[in-house]
Design a protein around this ligand. Structure first.
Ligand code: T46
Length: 140
């Protein structure tokens, strides 16, 4: 369920929790809870105190980010607006479309990000310079 449209191409969702007396379970299916087909899942964890990550955008990759443990803060920027999102629960999913600059900070020691990605790992899809990112979004 949509919690907040952060930017036109970036949204925070709440996951349906299938809980019973034993505990909780969240299921994320391609084409249902996650609106794109996905080819890759990766985990980001063990981020050292004070470290900031990201500082890039993707030309075409779409992602769904879940902080399955701990918390961190995402900054998302589409070249027009820059917004911050606290990910602090496995019940939240941050959908990041293509053409979004992202930065991550304030990782707690127990933070584990699970990222569901629409494509395999493709270095050519990365834009690592903010100026290049602005040129990309303005010419898109
Ligand atoms: C993003 C944020 C949330 C791989 O070998 N395969 C992969 O699929 C990925 C994503 C990374 N790597 C290697 C490349 C680097 O040697 O893992 C190392 C760390 O990757 P990176 O510096 O890109 O990590 P972050 O945390 O800055 O960014 C990653 C994703 O790259 C990015 O798409 O949105 O997590």
């Amino acid at each position: 369920m949509l919690l907040e449209q952060i930017l036109p191409n970036c949204a925070l969702h709440s996951h349906r929790v299938a809980g019973d007396e034993r505990g909780s379970l969240i299921s994320l299916q391609s084409g249902f809870e996650i609106p794109f087909e996905f080819k890759r899942v990766y985990l980001v964890y063990g981020t050292r105190p004070g470290v900031e990550r990201g500082f890039h955008a993707h030309k075409s990759l779409e992602q769904w980010v879940v902080c399955v443990s701990g918390s961190c803060v995402f900054t998302v920027d589409d070249g027009n607006d820059r917004r911050e999102v606290l990910l602090d629960s496995p019940e939240k999913g941050l959908q990041i479309g293509s053409g979004i600059w992202r930065e991550m900070r304030d990782f707690t020691p127990d933070a584990v990000l699970m990222v569901v990605a629409s494509t395999h790992y493709e270095l050519d899809d990365y834009i690592r310079s903010y100026d290049e990112f602005l040129s990309f979004v303005r010419s898109s």
